[in-house]
Each structure stands twice: as structure tokens, then as C-alpha cells.
Design a protein around this ligand. Structure first.
Ligand code: BTN
Length: 332
């Protein structure tokens, strides 16, 4: 099932009206009169809103009131009071999909989709980096964001770092959880993976035409269940979850992430590459560690010494310095 705000305007009007009136009861008659929707349609919208996980109390002679919102990342929950200029204004929400990344890639060429977000409750064929599968059960945040940065192509390698910093900041601001950044694209908590980032770009001559940023966040998942399915992956180092509280809403985190993403992409547009790399480095767990890099079956060990201005990892092997542009790392 796919939901967009455009196709649910009546429902969204009823919901926003209930939200705006807090704990006040609103009669079906009042809702119908103010919103210019028939009583029958109001009743149908209320039933649908309840079926989407919102708690609406209905009392005879008094009317309806909203007691709690949903846990689902529905488009109107993302749009609600979203303080961005472009990103997240249009949201596609799927109960289940093969991969939000595939869907976003299929629409990314359309100029109207600049800033669109594709979100799913579950993914059947979630895509991870290096051709790996990304396990995407209910409770996680699985989303792809379409960007049209119009940057010179050399900036492309910095985008994953910018996205990681945006996500780190959003998690810190909304949940007060301190995550660490692990080269190249991971966010960790207590040394285990909490989120991953994948980037697909379409390049036209020397410009980046469109970028689809895929973000997978283990928001409220069962780490053991995911670990069982990926333990055999070469780069496995444990899975963590941001919360175990099933009542905690994830929409504030998504909204804050979109705000942070828009801001940091603007910085990248203004060539503030060093400042972005600095922010990444300050919150990284990688630098200073003895690590092993695996790329194309080849293993290199050494000490992670720094991040170059293109995002490469610099490794020291005795007095020799080696630049790594891609691959997986493990901490020794
Ligand atoms: C990684 O391997 O660390 C990157 C994982 C990226 C997963 C996200 S979930 C939403 C989006 N859709 C996908 O199929 N993959 C990305």
C-alpha cells in the first residue's frame, strides 16, 4: 500500500484539525461544517485514521479527540511542521516494498522529485553497500532521499560523510544519543552498527545530476534477529538498536535529519568540504585505531591516521602511508 499526502487530503485535513485542538472534543457536525466534508466522509476518515495507528477517542454527545499519534512514518507526519525548503515536501510511504532505493532511483530523473523522500515500513530486498542485503524489519527507518545538487563531480565522495554527520546530529538532538562514525559510511552505538548509508548517483558530463541517498536506521528493531541473518557477512561487527521502546515515535528524528541534511548539503554547495570532514572526524571512532581494510579480497592492516579531502582513509604502515578510497574496515 502506498500513501502520499496529495492522495489523502481529506484525511489529512481531519487529522490536522484534531491535532490543532489538542484534548478538546470535536463533534462530527463541527468537523463537517468547518472542513466542508460530509458527515459520512468524516466518519470514514476517522475510521481510516484509527486503522493507521492513531488513538482517537469517540464519545457520544461530545465527539472525537486525538489521544495519540501513530508510529508509522506517514507522509503527513514527515511534512508536519517540517522546517526545510525542499527536502521532504513530497513523501512516498509504503507498507512494504522491494527497496526504497530502487523506487527512488526509478523516479529520480523527474525534476519534480527534487527533495522527495521514499519511506517503507519494511523492505523485502533492502540494498546494502558492496552488493550486500540490508535486513529491514518493522520498527526501523528505511528511507531514500532524492537530491539534485548540481555539484561538480569531485564532491561526490564527500556526500556520504555529509549524510553521516547530518544523521549523527539529528540522533543527538532528538534522542540525546551519542553515536560514532565509522569509515566509510556507518554510524555505531556501543561499537555496533546502528545505521548505514548508501549513495547512488547519476552523472552528466562533469556535474552530479541526481543523487539518491539511502539511509537505514535501526530505530526500534531486535538486533539479535538481524544478526542471525547477517552474521556470515565478512564485515559483520554486531547490530544495535537506538531504542527498545515501541511507543517512541521516529518522526521527530526523520524530520530533524531532513533539516540537517538540507543544511549540510548547502555547506557542500558552498565548498565547505574541510569543515564537513572536520565534523565527521570529530565524531569518528576510526582515527587512531589499528584496522584491517578488505577491498576486493585483499587485506591491508595499519593505523587509521586521517581522512583526506576527498574522503579517502589514510593508513600508516610503519613509515609508509596508504590511501584507501573504498572497502570495509574492521577494528583490530
Ligand atoms: C550499508 O550497507 O551500510 C548501507 C545500508 C543502506 C540501507 C538503506 S535502507 C533504505 C535504502 N533502501 C535500500 O534498499 N537500502 C537503503
Amino acid at each position: 500500500m502506498l500513501y502520499t499526502s496529495d492522495e489523502n487530503q481529506g484525511l489529512v485535513k481531519v487529522l490536522q484539525f484534531l491535532k490543532a485542538h489538542g484534548m478538546e472534543y470535536l463533534s462530527g457536525e463541527d468537523l463537517s461544517e468547518v472542513l466542508k466534508i460530509s458527515r459520512v466522509a468524516i466518519w470514514k476518515h476517522i475510521k481510516k485514521i484509527q486503522s493507521l495507528g492513531y488513538k482517537i477517542e469517540s464519545k457520544q454527545n461530545l465527539g472525537y479527540r486525538l489521544l495519540d499519534t501513530t508510529n508509522l512514518l506517514l507522509p503527513w507526519e514527515i511534512n508536519y511542521e517540517l522546517r526545510t525548503n525542499q527536502i521532504g515536501k513530497k513523501v512516498y510511504y509504503f507498507d512494504s516494498i522491494d527497496s526504497t532505493q530502487n523506487y527512488a532511483n526509478s523516479i529520480a530523473k523527474n525534476p519534480d522529485e527534487f527533495g522527495s523522500v521514499v519511506i517503507a515500513q519494511t523492505q523485502i530486498l533492502g540494498k546494502g553497500r558492496q552488493g550486500r542485503k540490508w535486513i529491514s524489519p518493522k520498527g526501523g527507518i528505511w528511507m531514500s532521499v532524492i537530491l539534485r545538487p548540481n555539484f561538480d563531480v569531485y564532491k561526490i565522495t564527500i556526500i556520504p560523510f555529509a549524510v553521516a554527520v547530518a544523521l549523527h546530529n539529528a540522533i543527538q538532538k532528538t534522542l540525546k544519543i551519542e553515536t560514532k562514525l565509522k569509515w566509510p559510511n556507518d554510524l555505531t552505538s556501543s561499537g555496533k552498527k546502528i545505521a548505514g548509508i548508501i549513495i547512488d548517483a547519476s552523472i552528466e558530463s562533469t556535474k552530479i545530476e541526481s543523487v539518491v541517498v539511502g539511509i537505514g536506521i535501526n530505530f526500534c528493531v531486535n538486533p539479535k534477529q538481524i544478526e542471525r541473518q547477517i552474521k556470515k557477512n565478512g564485515n559483520f561487527y554486531g547490530v544495535n538498536t537506538l531504542t527498545t521502546d515501541k511507543n517512541l515515535k521516529s518522526a521527530p528524528l526523520v524530520r530533524q535529519f531532513l533539516v540537517e541534511l538540507e543544511l549540510i548539503m548547502e555547506e557542500l554547495g558552498q565548498n565547505k568540504i574541510q569543515s564537513i570532514v572536520k565534523k565527521w572526524t570529530e565524531n569518528s571512532s576510526t582515527l587512531g585505531k589499528n584496522i584491517t581494510v578488505t577491498e576486493g579480497g585483499v587485506k591491508i592492516t595499519g593505523k587509521a591516521a586521517g581522512i583526506d579531502k576527498d574522503g579517502s582513509l589514510l593508513i600508516l604502515q610503519g613509515s609508509k602511508s596508504i590511501r584507501i578510497t573504498s572497502g570495509d574496515i574492521t577494528y583490530d
